[in-house]
Write a protein that binds this ligand. Structure first.
Ligand code: MN
Length: 202
């Protein structure tokens, strides 16, 4: 995984790789404006404010996640989580499925893409409170689905994160209110499987 380096001791708010309206109607421009422009921006500002004197200045974001504790860990983890989340989308597409080596791995480890989606949706829907559902690869390349609470990231457990769905209410409440499963089901239309495949093979 390519590491995220600070510039002059500060992490930057990631630029969205698509227009604010590009993910509609799955994720509205309004939700993106708050989720990326307010929530993620706050995590970036909080971490940057905490870095001086922490002993973790100059480290890549991924190393901060592995070494920090408390509030610094929460903010660093949320930046890493959101960078992976916002970086994996593109405009809605019907019949949006993975291809190539990644598709073969999904079939091998979950039986089929449909079975994978069902297991992943269940992980997202049943995660109590705030957190993230993840598709990751272990050290042998085997794919695993996991729930991570709050700001946790699979790298803390030695896994390589590939794709994620944010189940914090701030990710969907403006568009879906309490209907988290409906939001998660819609997200399959905008997953950029080419990017997930690059993460898998990278
Ligand atoms: Mn979020």
């Amino acid at each position: 995984m390519e590491k995220t380096m600070p510039i002059d001791g500060r992490f930057e708010l990631m630029a969205l790789p698509y227009a604010a309206e590009a993910l509609e109607p799955v994720i509205s421009a309004n939700t993106l404006a708050f989720h990326h422009g307010k929530h993620l921006a706050a995590y970036v500002n909080n971490l940057n404010a905490a870095l001086p004197g922490s002993g973790l200045e100059g480290l890549p974001l991924e190393d901060v996640v592995l070494k920090a504790e408390g509030g610094m860990l929460n903010n660093a983890g949320q930046i890493l989580n959101h960078n992976l989340y916002f970086g994996q989308f593109r405009a809605p597409k019907a019949d949006n499925v993975p291809t190539g080596v990644l598709a073969e791995a999904i079939d091998k480890d979950f039986g089929s893409f449909e079975a994978f989606k069902e297991a992943f949706a269940k992980a997202g829907a049943t995660l109590f409170g705030s957190g993230w559902a993840w598709l990751s690869a272990d050290g042998d390349g085997k794919l695993v689905i996991a729930q991570e609470p709050n700001a946790a990231n699979p790298i803390q457990r030695g896994l390589h994160p590939l794709m994620t769905m944010d189940v914090w209410e701030h990710a969907y409440y403006l568009d879906y209110q309490n209907r988290r499963p409906d939001h998660l089901a819609a997200l399959w239309q905008i997953i950029d499987w080419d990017i997930v495949a690059v993460r898998y093979q990278g």
